[in-house]
Design a protein around this ligand. Sequence first.
Ligand code: 5RP
Length: 222
Amino acid sequence: MNSKKVAGEKAVEFIKDGMTIGLGTGTTTYYTIVKLAEKVKDGLKVKAISTSNKTTELAEKLGIEIVPFNEVDYVDLTIDGADEVDNLLNGIKGGGGALLYEKLVAMSSKKVIWVVDNSKKVHCLGRFPLPVEVVPFAYNQIFNKLEELKLNPEIRKRDSNYYLTDGQHYIIDLFLNKIEDPYKLEKTLKSIPGVVETGLFLQIANTVIVGNGDQVQIIEKS
Ligand code: 5RP
């Protein structure tokens, strides 16, 4: 069995009738959205908030109506993927480029569940390149600052162009290998003018559902 499918589908069991649900982005939440669409067809009523154009497209194609984020005051539950998760349930997100909207929706959520396969569990964050979303107007200045800080920046590209996020920003990936103090790094990055958001999601996830073959492990934040 596909580990991503097992984790993604399991999360749907947490969705109750009448909830406002944040839908994450990626290949694991794909399975969440497909399963949720089945339940919606069977009569489950939810309001869904999307974290990316890609997710909106998929959800709407499957018959899940997406409500604009500005039309809700809070989200009951957000289900999203992650690129790395440590033992404290801190993580790196943004491999799929949707970190800004993912963080905004997560921060308005009463509960956040991440769905991951076993390979995403780490002892220390940082092997996965840390995405930093920046304003295009100053990407060169921000890049130079990140280099000065020895954070090994690389501007993300798609084909031969700079990768453009749904919010019309660029992404600079930091190749760090190991993040000793994610809180300090988050503070440093956020203090650079033009940095819109980082892929460090600290103290945000309440629950992580890990798929491993046909097994699922549910880890609750202690
Ligand atoms: C997108 C994300 C994704 O949730 C993350 O990249 C995990 O994706 P996948 O489930 O495809 O491994 O943060 O911005």
